[in-house]
Design a protein. Structure first.
Length: 226
């Protein structure tokens, strides 16, 4: 699970990050609002932890912009702003939880765990099959039923297709694909992604030269349009 931690108080940032990493999470930390927004929009995360008072761009603004683009990512706001109006605003902007400072680290870790567990439970209950263009894909077995019979995807092909399907009609950057499908253990070149997209086109496109489903977005990434 990947977490973006945005907190401009250095000591608190360091303590929270250390504890999250001890729990087994992969943490990217930042202390600047504008930089954090750029990171959140260009990389894949399961959860954001946002302070409110940040340089240039506030945690509220980050929350609002990210939520418009991503309905599934978890968002926790941590803030010294503890009025009911502040909490209501944070939740209205799309935060899943709001924790006021000072707080016990154990409480934050429990809230992180609960949000990520709910997210995992929702994914587990999502349909494991997806149909488009005369094909039915089973993401549990990687088997595809098509007009001309069945065939099997590789694990990486299935993961890439599922990511694109989950974000259908959205542009998915190459960085997001690398992190979600390959992680950090093996970091292939972007050419590898292009080859995998080409493989999906060969499987599913009626005309590879004029894609109907898998679109290249120049200098950014790809978009799946069912």
């Amino acid at each position: 699970m990947r977490i973006l931690l945005v907190e401009d108080e250095e000591s608190l940032n360091r303590i929270i990050r250390m504890n999250l990493e001890m729990e087994g999470y992969e943490v990217v930390s930042c202390d600047h609002g504008k930089v954090a927004l750029d990171i959140a929009e260009s990389q894949y995360f399961d959860l954001l932890i946002l302070d409110v008072m940040l340089p240039e761009v506030s945690g509220f603004q980050i929350c609002e912009k990210v939520r418009l683009q991503n309905k599934k990512v978890g968002i926790i706001i941590i803030s010294a702003k503890d009025t009911s109006n502040d909490r209501i605003l944070g939740l209205k902007l799309g935060a899943d939880d709001y924790l006021t400072k000072p707080f016990q680290l154990e409480e934050l870790l429990l809230r992180v765990h609960n949000i990520l567990r709910r997210s995992s439970d929702e994914k587990a209950h999502e349909a494991v099959t997806y149909a488009f263009g005369g094909f039915e894909v089973n993401f549990a077995t990687y088997v595809v039923q098509g007009p001309d019979g069945t065939f099997e995807l590789t694990k990486k092909e299935a993961l890439l297709l599922q990511l694109l399907v989950d974000k259908q009609n959205e542009v998915v950057s190459r960085n997001q694909i690398l992190q979600a499908v390959w992680g950090y253990d093996v970091f292939p070149s972007t050419r590898t992604i292009d080859n995998f997209i080409l493989a999906l086109r060969k499987y599913f496109e009626p005309d590879i030269k004029n894609p109907r489903y898998f679109h290249s977005i120049r200098s950014v990434g790809y978009k799946f349009t069912p």
